[in-house]
Design a binder for this molecule. Structure first.
Ligand code: PMP
Length: 317
């Protein structure tokens, strides 16, 4: 298929989880031509299963495919495949309050190439797994370190899409941070080494009074679906939300800091260490704003309140 076109994907099938066959010269193995997505299915108290904004994941995968010279499933194909996969695994969707079913769609260059070029064939697949909290802390505050000698993405690179290589660059920084007892790494921009970008797998927000700020989307950070949802939820609650350059200095002034992502949901940040200095937030407890936004978002996602935003998709079981 040609770069950026809708793929001629054959109708898929649901098969038991297990190894797949791949050519040693597959584009994904040699040149990193791969994208992934992540979303969750929650069970409502009445047993129904809800997806959260799956069409957003579909279009983010399509944007990523364009950047990576890959064809992509249409939004409809993507959402339909998600629904079929979740329904085939519905017994693995935990009861309300006991976690969720994490859904991992993958798109990769599975065709063989030798010289550097997009692969001639592509594979789209989805696997699922029940999950609990992402950080061992649960909703308790996490502890971040700013690593200014590691960067996640550079301008003009692939930081704005969910391609597998972005995560390769994170592994070592994350391992060092964990060895030192931190929950994760907060990255700065690669040009000025001064502006906040994001954490290894989530976006970052800074609260000061009634103003909530988050780094603007400018190609080097992932446009998180939780980020976008929290921006809207916060605005509806009367907060002023600013998408702008947020500098390390803003961290010193902040009342609260929190991260957002499908896996981490809304995770309060208890302290951030930068150049050996440690700044603490919320007296090591969960900040009021973080707690409020966590509750609003999860009640929507789990169907505990009426979905006035039209964000959830209930599956017909
Ligand atoms: N940034 C990165 C680097 C991520 O991997 C993720 C997880 N997808 C996010 C942010 C949060 O995005 P979302 O809210 O769509 O899960």
């Amino acid at each position: 298929a040609e770069c950026g076109l809708d793929g001629n994907f054959s109708k898929g099938e649901v098969v038991p989880f297990g190894p797949i066959e791949l050519s040693p010269s597959a584009g994904v193995l040699n040149y990193g031509q791969g994208l992934f997505e992540g979303l969750k299915a929650y069970r409502k108290t009445d047993g129904a299963i809800l997806l959260f904004r799956p069409e957003e994941n579909a279009s983010r995968m399509r944007d990523g495919a364009e950047r990576m010279c890959m064809p992509a499933p249409t939004v409809e194909q993507f959402v339909d495949a998600i629904k079929q996969t979740v329904l085939a695994n519905k017994r693995w969707v935990p009861p309300t309050g006991k976690g969720s079913l994490y859904i991992r769609p993958l798109l990769m260059g599975s065709g063989a190439v030798l010289g550097l070029a997009p692969a001639p064939e592509y594979t789209f697949m989805i696997f699922v797994s029940p999950v609990g909290n992402y950080f061992k802390e649960g909703l308790a505050p996490i502890n971040l370190i700013i690593e200014d000698n590691f960067h996640r993405a550079a301008p003009g690179g692939t930081g704005g899409v969910k391609t597998i290589g972005n995560y390769a660059s994170v592994l070592k920084a994350q391992r060092i941070a964990k060895e030192k007892g931190y929950s994760d790494v907060l990255y700065l921009d690669a040009v000025n080494n001064k502006y906040l970008e994001e954490v290894s797998s989530c976006n970052i927000f800074v609260v000061k009074g009634n103003v909530i700020s988050t780094p603007a989307i400018k190609g080097t950070i992932l446009p998180g679906i939780t980020r976008k949802s929290i921006v809207e939820v916060a605005q509806r609650k009367g907060f002023k939300v600013e998408e702008r350059l947020v500098s390390v200095d803003d961290l010193l002034e902040a009342d609260e800091v929190f991260c957002t992502g499908t896996a981490v949901v809304v995770s309060p940040v208890g302290c951030i260490t930068y150049l050996g200095k440690r700044v603490e937030y919320g007296n090591q407890g969960v900040g009021v704003v973080s707690q409020q936004l966590y509750t609003s978002l999860t009640s929507l996602q789990m169907g505990h309140v009426e979905d006035c935003m039209g964000w959830t998709v209930e599956l017909n079981q």
